[in-house]
Design a protein around this ligand. Structure first.
Ligand code: IVH
Length: 675
């Protein structure tokens, strides 16, 4: 099968190159465009089924229209090499042992470690400090001239700052950050164009095409990590110093680069980066260790096409192929039907994956999924697994279409999809057991009323036996009736009753979250509480009044107003009050006058003197926003003990980091850090 595929792939590539030549070189096409497109489609499908056979020079690695002409050829004065790969700790220990043996050293060796970026390798040449040429790696000796497109990338300096050598050739990686990749694919999909499989292909495709305007419109970045030829040759003595030297000319180097001494430190760096991987703004596929001293590098030299002084320590693959066995629809708290893929279990990204959410029917249509398809599944870090794409070339005859049910799989009520909405909903409301179950779980959840010991299984039983219909019913449960449930003894029944009783003392933000108002998450609940002070004021407010709350727009305001206009919901609040649930009034904050208005904080790691919840409340009470993930818009990251990936991301993006003591000062002084 593989041989057959390989033969056909080679044949298709030859054919496509031939027709490109006829069409553009000679202006004499031999076949209609549709036939040409069919050849390209077949090649794409085969390559998707055999990613190991994809090569950089395949015609599929070009994007857009057929190129008007080919690329010029650039001979690399210094070959562009590849790297030896390591996968295990032992591979790294072996590498280090070899290095020390060849250098005749016992003492630990210093390495420059940095992320291995998953992009397009590039060589950029400057003459007298001016941009002169850019070339792809090609076969290592001969690359393609991509000077015109690379010149359009903002992060590629056109003139170097400082006294640059007469000839300076830098080597690095062109990447497309994940957010740019996502936006690009959305635009392409909206225009009905083919989307890119991953950011690496998108970066390569954006450079290896002939229209500089296309490149200019894409948010590509260049990270440099090495050199080609340099004249006159007066270079820093260490890789780490080389990076500094390059930065001084105006290049970007990876801010996560570090010096590590000895193999244990290498492995430590690898583990830390592995944890940060999923939250980095770009894709990486491993770590590169390079012997730091240039003299030692020269001594170690090369073997075949790989330097003996460097190792690529790869991360486990995050993507795998598997079979889409079925699609089921789950009904959520607000009635939304979510298609869930049932997969042939597959080990990927360090875990076995057998389910993946498909989000909504638009997504299913966009990916063109059918039951029986072979799909690419991705699991990156702790991010929930996703179905990335389907391998069309492996679609069996009669693969089944995925159809949105017309009635709710839980309660049988009609399913509707409103105009302009991506999601379909069950119209059963609280009559639907699935919705009721999810709403009750949400109410009892850790961030809402936090009823200890009231897990999902238990709530399922309470709903099935009709013992609880609304959240207020929790507060009438007695140990005697609970003791009859599965795996529930007298002791645990009493514990649960005690936990329910303890949850009566709650807070307004928790209650507002627990009510499950559409689009009201933790931060909106807090903002509503701090704006209105108590629930009666909120229940009396109209949409316009609710919209005055910071960050609450017309849609959320409408949801909130509609929720409290509902008689059943008003009765629920009353019933909770009658059954002893208490939420003290909240002191009112007017955000625009607040001392931290406009600042965005991210909390990470463990704080010792206060809980995250307390820190969040204190910061938001001063007008700041507290969000969960780091981006360029973050003002400060507060790093507690053992802060991990978010801290790394903050450093990568240059976001200021403060410690707990500074945070406590900010809260006490009611002033931004350093003010
Ligand atoms: S150093 C002598 N550093 O990985 C070769 N390469 O698998 C020196 N790559 O062709 C390469 N990130 O395109 C180096 N931080 C990094 C890298 C990196 C990505 C790529 C590079 C190379 C390929 C080898």
């Amino acid at each position: 099968m593989n041989d057959e595929a390989q033969r056909r792939i080679a044949e298709l590539r030859t054919l496509i190159v031939h027709h490109d030549q006829r069409y553009h070189g000679l202006d004499e096409p031999e076949i209609p465009d549709a036939d040409y497109d069919a050849l390209v489609r077949e090649l794409r499908a085969l390559e998707a089924g055999h990613p190991e056979l994809v090569t950089a020079d395949s015609p599929t690695q070009r994007v857009g229209a057929r190129p008007a002409t080919g690329f010029g050829v650039v001979l690399h004065r210094v070959p562009m090499l590849s790297l030896g790969n390591g996968f295990s700790d032992d591979d790294v220990l072996d590498f280090d042992r070899r290095v020390r043996k060849l250098l005749g050293r016992d003492a630990p060796v210093e390495y420059a470690a940095e992320p291995k970026l998953d992009g397009l390798a590039i060589s950029v040449t400057y003459r007298d400090g001016r941009y002169a040429q850019a070339a792809t790696r090609g076969d290592g000796s001969r690359g393609e001239d991509v000077s015109a497109t690379v010149a359009q990338i903002r992060g590629v300096p056109k003139r170097l700052t400082g006294a640059a050598p007469a000839l300076l050739e830098v080597r690095g990686e062109i990447i497309l950050p994940l957010d740019g990749f996502q936006r690009l694919n959305e635009t392409m999909a909206a225009r009905g164009e083919k989307t890119f499989v991953n950011p690496r292909n998108a970066a390569a495709g954006s450079v290896r095409q002939l229209d500089p305007e296309v490149t200019r419109a894409r948010p590509l970045e260049l990270y440099v990590y090495g050199l080609g030829s340099v004249e006159p040759d007066a270079l820093p003595a260490r890789q780490s110093e080389l990076l500094e030297w390059l930065r001084a000319f105006g290049f970007t180097t990876n801010p996560l680069a570090a010096i590590v001494t000895g193999p244990e430190a290498c492995l430590d760096y690898y583990r830390r980066l592995g944890e940060a991987r999923a939250s980095l703004p770009y894709q990486i596929d491993g770590v590169v260790y390079k012997v730091n001293e240039r003299q030692a590098q020269e001594h170690l030299g090369f073997i075949a096409r790989e330097p003996r002084w460097a190792l690529a320590h790869k991360f486990p693959a995050e993507e795998a192929f598997t079979l889409l066995r079925d699609v089921e629809f789950q009904v959520g708290r607000t009635g939304v039907l979510t298609p869930v893929a049932r997969l042939e279990p597959v080990f990927v990204g360090g875990a076995t994956v057998s389910n993946a959410t498909l989000h909504n029917m638009d997504e299913v249509a966009r990916k063109d999924l059918r039951i029986g398809d072979t799909v690419v599944v991705r699991r990156a870090g702790d991010v929930i697994p996703e179905v990335v794409s389907v391998v069309i070339g492996r679609r069996p005859a009669g693969a089944g279409a995925i159809i949105l049910p017309v009635t709710c799989p839980s309660c049988g009520s009609p399913v509707v999809r409103e105009e302009g909405e991506a999601v379909a909903r069950c119209t059963g409301g609280f009559r639907c057991n699935a919705q009721r179950r999810e709403a009750l779980k949400h109410f009892a959840g850790r961030r809402a009323l936090d009823i200890d010991g009231l897990g999902d299984r238990l709530i399922d039983q309470l709903v099935e036996r009709d013992m609880v219909r609304s959240p207020a019913d929790f507060y009438t449960l007695e140990a005697g009736s609970l003791a009859g449930l599965d795996r529930m003894g007298e002791k645990s029944a009493q514990n649960l009753v005690d936990a329910i009783a303890a949850s009566r003392e709650t807070s307004l933000p928790r209650l507002l979250l627990g009510l499950g108002i559409r689009d009201v998450g933790e931060s909106t609940a807090l903002a509503l509480a701090q704006h209105f002070g108590d629930i009666d004021a909120l229940m009396a407010a109209d949409e316009a009044g609710i919209q005055e709350v910071p960050d609450v727009g017309p849609i959320v305001a409408a949801h909130v107003a509609r929720f409290f206009a509902d008689e059943g919901n008003r009765q629920l609040v009353e019933a909770l009050r009658e059954r002893g649930v208490r939420w003290p009034p909240v002191s009112i904050v007017r955000a625009t006058e607040a001392p931290l208005a406009g600042l965005v904080f991210v909390l990470t790691g463990t704080l010792s003197g206060l809980t995250r919840e307390q820190a969040t409340e204190a910061l938001t009470a001063l007008g700041a926003k507290v969000v969960g993930s780091v981006s360029k818009k973050t003002s400060y990251v507060v790093a507690g003990e053992e802060a991990g990936s978010k801290l790394d991301k903050a450093r990568a993006l240059g976001v200021p980091v403060i410690d707990e003591a500074t945070l406590v000062g900010v809260i006490a002084d009611r002033k931004p850090p350093g003010a």
